[in-house]
Design a protein around this ligand. Structure first.
Ligand code: ADP
Length: 611
């Protein structure tokens, strides 16, 4: 991360950070799978923006409203078809693909006869068949059907159930063990004079030199249609004679375009409604120009999204501030542009996964960074103030022995003292420098204890020893305030641990009792053994504390208002050290106190019977 931290800490932080990014990735990727409509929308926008770079090879000849009007309505459908085919013959198209199912005989035999004749007289004819809901083929009547069954193509669509837009056409449909290719594909095969070739395990369909990439694992081998607006001419049946030049040599798709009568109307990605016959022509153009769109594999979408998530993680892992935001903006732009870039290269890449992953992972990583950095700053800040206070404490504690040493040595050098007095002063210097050394040692030990770096000494010592030594050291202090200090019971038991530290702890309780008690009161020490438990209590008749204050006294640097007001110097660190020492020894500390009445601090330790 951007700020300085301990090696171990940064390692676990890095794992936590990676976890945040991974969770964001999983969430975004999961959500993106639900983004079907959004993906469709993005696809449609990209489709609408693409342009045709080729001239059409097909023409739609439509039975439109005008035609129906002239012939007397949809009942005259067969007559119209016969007429259209007869007219088309003179225009010499390359082939005629019919999009009108001729499954039933009509009521007028002569009409059917005329249509049959017209069909037979049409060279290169492709006829449609329909797949019924009961999975059977609805083929043209045998009298209308082309001699070669390979010239029959199905007219099914793969309409998206989410939004009813038809983006794909299933090239292959199998029913009753019979495979039928799509009308547009059959038209291509007839137009090029090449057979349609495939193998059951191949993802490609071949027509001559053309390779059509269609997934074999998806039912129907769907092909995405490259819809292009206004590129394929639509000519009314009534205008065939006058537009022969536009029809000559072209692949004609003949069917109903009338809004009212068209059996199948499809919505395309532009939002336009197209007649089926126009959509077949669009599919044919897609095939004829080899202008295919293939879907990106699921695993490549997954890997690309994963890559984006990792990039977002790395950006906020290694950069902070505006460089991170600038890089992230580049990443977001990349993720949004990737599907567009691939679309123009014929690959349909789901839009939502990379975009959702990029956004969510960026937000997650940035938020984590903001939180982490702030926490780190707060920690450094509190560490700094802790050290300041600790140093302050050490300096304060050392002042008393230093003053004693300084004073005594000054007296000794300045005056010629009687031997006895000199001895007394040098003993004092000796004991005070030892105390100084002890304070320094304690300070260092406590710091190491707080860092969890110190192993406690484990040596046996008599509890009575430390109690006596502390009482001896504190007595002069107590006497100055005319406080009577008494040991109320015999101390028994051997403790196991660090004698210096335990002595420091008990000494602290005693000095506090003296410090926070008014003159002419009593401080009593009790010892109580229960089996393996030794309780050492210091009871005073001092200012006491209320329950709210009691909750905080073991916090570092906390002092009660009463203590501050009393004028007694202190740093508020002593009790926190006492508590640490006692708990590190496997013991605990208890306090009972009442404002104005006094306090009782009890150290509870495991002890063995004295030897
Ligand atoms: P210090 O004595 O340097 O302020 P301590 O950590 O030893 O620091 O004590 C923390 C606070 O707990 C004291 O400032 C005082 O407010 C309160 N305290 C400790 N012992 C007593 C006591 N015996 N009676 C009343 N208050 C006490």
């Amino acid at each position: 991360m951007a700020s300085k931290s301990q090696p171990g800490e940064s390692k676990s932080a890095a794992w936590r950070y990676a976890g945040v990014v991974a969770a964001c990735f999983a969430m975004a990727f999961g959500l993106a799978q639900l983004g079907g409509r959004l993906n469709n929308y993005a696809y449609d926008v990209m489709t609408a923006r693409s342009q045709a770079a080729w001239a059409p090879q097909s023409v739609v000849v439509g039975i439109d409203e005008k035609t129906f009007e002239k012939f007397g309505g949809p009942e005259a459908r067969r007559l119209i078809l016969a007429q259209a085919l007869e007219d088309l013959r003179a225009a010499q198209p390359k082939l005629v693909a019919l999009d009108v199912i001729l499954h039933d005989p009509s009521l007028h035999a002569e009409e059917d006869q005329r249509l049959e004749d017209a069909l037979r007289a049409t060279p290169n004819l492709v006829m449609p068949c329909d797949l019924l809901p009961n999975e059977t083929w609805e083929d043209p009547l045998p009298r209308f059907a082309p001699g070669d069954p390979r010239r029959i193509g199905h007219v099914e669509w793969a309409t998206d159930r989410l939004d009813n837009v038809t983006r794909q056409i299933p090239l292959e449909q199998i029913a009753q063990h019979q495979r039928r290719w799509a009308l547009s594909l059959v038209a291509l095969s007839v137009a090029t004079g090449q057979p349609i070739v495939t193998e059951s395990d191949s993802s490609n369909i071949y027509v001559g030199g053309l390779t059509i990439p269609v997934p074999r694992d998806v039912q129907g081998r769907p092909l995405r249609i490259r819809y292009l607006r206004g590129v394929i001419p639509v000519i009314s049946v009534l205008d065939i004679a006058s537009k022969r030049d536009s029809i000559r040599g072209k692949v004609v798709f003949l069917g109903e375009t009338a809004q009212t009568a068209a059996r199948d109307r499809l919505q395309n990605p532009y939002g336009d409604y197209l007649s089926g016959v126009e959509a077949h022509a669009q599919a044919f153009e897609t095939l004829a120009h080899g202008d295919f769109l293939t879907d990106a594999r699921d695993y490549s979408v997954f890997l690309a999204s994963l890559g984006i998530a990792v990039a977002a993680g790395l950006i906020f892992g290694f950069f902070a501030g505006w460089p991170a935001y600038v890089l992230d903006a580049v990443l977001l732009a990349f993720a949004s542009y990737l599907p567009v870039f691939l679309f123009h290269r014929g690959i349909v890449f789901a839009y939502t996964p990379p975009v959702a992953v990029a956004w969510l992972c960026s937000i997650g990583a940035a938020a984590y960074q903001a939180l982490f950095v702030r926490r780190q700053l707060e920690r450094t800040e509190s560490e700094r103030s802790r050290y300041q206070k600790a140093i302050h404490w050490a300096a304060h504690e050392m002042r008393t022995p230093l003053t004693a040493i300084q004073g005594s040595s000054e007296i000794m050098s300045r005056y010629k003292l009687p031997e006895e007095k000199g001895k007394e002063l040098s003993e004092m210097i000796n004991s005070e420098s030892k105390r100084l050394a002890r304070i320094i040692q304690t300070f260092l030990d406590v710091e190491r204890l707080a860092e969890g770096e110190m192993e406690l000494k484990r040596e046996p010592f008599e509890a009575a020893e430390i109690v006596e030594s502390c009482l001896k050291r504190v007595r002069p202090l107590a006497e100055r305030k005319q406080i009577r200090m008494t040991l109320e019971s015999e101390v028994e038991g051997t403790l196991l641990g660090d004698r210096e530290l335990m002595e420091y702890a008990f000494y602290n309780l005693l000095t506090n009792a003296v410090k926070y008690s008014p003159a002419q009161t009593r401080v009593r020490v009790f010892a109580d053994s229960h089996g393996e438990e030794l309780r050492l209590s210091v009871k005073d008749q001092g200012m006491g504390m209320d329950s709210k204050e009691l909750k905080s006294i073991f916090k570092k640097f906390y002092r009660t208002k009463r203590a501050e007001a009393s004028g007694e110097v202190g740093t508020g660190i002593g009790l926190s050290i006492v508590e640490q020492i006692v708990t590190h020894h496997g013991g605990r500390i208890e306090v009972a106190s009442e404002p104005g009445k006094g306090s009782c601090f009890t150290i509870v330790m495991r002890a063995h019977a004295s030897a």
